[in-house]
Design a protein around this ligand. Sequence first.
Ligand code: HEM
Ligand code: HEM
Length: 191
Amino acid sequence: MLGHAFQSMLYNTRDAWGSVSRNVHWLMVLLFAGQITLGKYAHGLNLSPQKLDLLVWHKSIGITLLLLASFRLIWRIAGTRPETLPGTPDWERKAAALSHTLFYLLMLAIPVTGWLMNSAKNIPFKLFLLVPWPDLVSPSEPWGKVFEEWHESLVAAFIVLILLHVAAALRHHFIKRDQVLNRMLGRGPSQ
Ligand code: HEM
Ligand code: HEM
């Protein structure tokens, strides 16, 4: 059995993010930064063994991110979440809720379209060179192109959303000077 104090560190409470939510948030930030850089870089290369090697890593990290996003969604739905700070205007509450919903949709849809693209293009793929990965759809060149376009457009939307999200976090910290960013960093009065 976990001790009570330890449990309250792991789980979210009504006024604090637990260590699971915080660590998964920041781990995924790092992985997404690497993943977007790697995707853009590999995309710019001509077809070569180096490009294919880099794409094996891109696909493996991408599937890892899909699993992490699924875990994170279940954790969020199953558990509680810190309340919005008192005095938060209604539009801010709505903007935060909408942006977080869009994040979850994109964090799932981006790797799924990558997986669909890989399946349609009929490229055999082993997760981290080890686990043979199943295909979602049968081979089709035109669909391969369609999924590639979806993958790229969703990534473009994701980057815009990240920029807005970071701007909002910085506004909370430096302009409103509230605890929103500290709470996600695990610092602050309620920790
Ligand atoms: C989880 C998140 C993922 C992110 C953020 C991501 C991001 C990207 C980015 C930025 C590109 C470059 C295209 C562009 O210019 O916008 C790209 C291309 C690509 N991605 Fe992903 N990706 C993810 C997951 C996956 C997965 C799971 C797969 C396959 C299983 C995959 C397969 C590919 C392929 C095949 C390309 C095209 C490379 C080329 O032929 O030029 N991606 N991705
Ligand atoms: C790949 C980039 C990012 C993604 C996908 C992302 C996603 C999310 C999501 C979905 C939430 C809602 C809480 C949850 O369900 O975990 C959240 C909360 C938060 N994020 Fe990010 N985030 C990213 C980058 C960042 C960065 C770079 C910062 C800081 C500069 C940041 C600061 C915050 C803060 C302060 C919260 C708490 C908001 C609240 O308490 O309502 N995030 N993030």
